[in-house]
Write a protein that binds this ligand. Sequence first.
Ligand code: ZN
Length: 127
Amino acid sequence: MSELLPCPFCGGAVFLERPTERPLHSPPDEWWGVVCRNTENLGGTCAIQQRPSRTKEAAIDRWNTRADVSSQAEIERLRTALSKMANEVFGLSVFEVELRSVMGNTNWSVLRQRAEEARAALSGSKE
Ligand SMILES: [Zn+2]
C-alpha cells in the first residue's frame, strides 16, 4: 500500500479512516477516506476530509493524485510576471517626487513596500 501525501492545506499528517460522511444508505464498513488530524493549525484542527472511496487503495489513490496547481512552468511564469512588475515599480522611483504628489505619500510608500516584499519573496523562494 502506498504512502499518503501530507495535507495540502496545512502540511500535517493525514490518516486513512472510515469517513463520518458517506453516500446515503451505504454501510459504513464499505467506505474509506483520508482525513487531516493536524491540531497545530492555529489552535484548531484542520479536519480536511476527502470524498469517500469504496476501497483503501482508491482512497489513497484519490488523495495522492490531486491536481497539481503549481507546476514548475506555472511557478516560473508567475515568478517572471511578479519580477517584471516589481522592477517596473522600482523603475518609477525616478519620478518619486511627482508620484508622491499625484498619488499621495501613503499610496506611493505602500506600492514601494509591496514591490520590496515581492522582490524579497522572489529571492527567498529561489532554491
Ligand atoms: Zn491539514
